[in-house]
Design a protein around this ligand. Sequence first.
Ligand code: UDP
Length: 322
Amino acid sequence: MRFLITGVAGFLGSHLADRMLAEGQEVVGLDNFITGSPDNISHLLGNERFTFCRYDVTEFIYVAGDLDGVLHFASPASPIDYLQLPIQTLKVGSLGTHKALGLAKAKGARFLLASTSEVYGDPAVHPQPESYWGNVNPVGPRGVYDEAKRFAEALAMAYHRYHGVDTRIARIFNTYGPRMRRDDGRVVSNFIVQALQGDPLTVYGDGSQTRSFCYVDDLIEGIYRLFTSDHVEPLNIGNPSEFTISELAELVLDLTGSTAGVDYRPLPEDDPKVRQPDISLARRTLGWEPQVDLREGLKRTIEYFRAVLAKGASQTRGQATS
Ligand code: UDP
């Protein structure tokens, strides 16, 4: 079968491409590299079942030949990215989703939307089941991402109901692992890079806010099972083990052996105070739950960033001497 992945050079898009290729499928990947990186897909470029096109998916998408699936992963996803790219974030969630759905409809392909736990905003219900409608500030700084994804979900359901497109909606909770950018700005990558460089970890607020972190391999397994299931309504995919940001900082300091401690910074506006997925539905319908605990996932991610930083250091030395 042949699948299109938008945002293929991103953190999740590239892992999803690896998974689809490992399943023996063909992958057509699109990315405009505004937050994705060519490094994430460089290992795929010799693969005859992989085709890449540098493209902005807010424009009309033309793909020759048949497609069996369209998986829409393009979007800035880190708060610092979508605060710097507010219009692009709104456009890719709205216009980009429209183009991707239009393509799925034209090809008779199944469609999967990478949605987000941000649709729940700063939640008044905890943990968050799919039936919760959320608590989002539409005009706050995070509104550009949250509302774009909420619109994208509404559009996917409309294409399903009105045009009969076979749609899936994954509400993705905080995910971490290899291929996050070192300057991505999200908490796991920030803390690991800071710890490995001997800098204090930047804890925003008092560190009592919580998140529930899912290792990328678990997340991709959940996405794959959702895509191949017949479940149309939105589905939470995430790890329900919840930690405060201070607990995460302690763990990263412990696992890296850093003694640099923490540096408290102001809490960003509208930063959700708690977040934890209720994954009962995923357990029931997909038989899925995460396998990798935070300690193990962090160890793997620390190894990745150690290698990235070592490579960066040798490149910098190379430039300095050439
Ligand atoms: N955070 C932090 N230090 C950082 C980056 C983030 O304390 O260097 C906090 C942030 O304020 C939030 C949590 O960690 O409460 C998760 O932030 P992230 O940007 O990873 O994703 P979010 O879940 O907010 O989308």
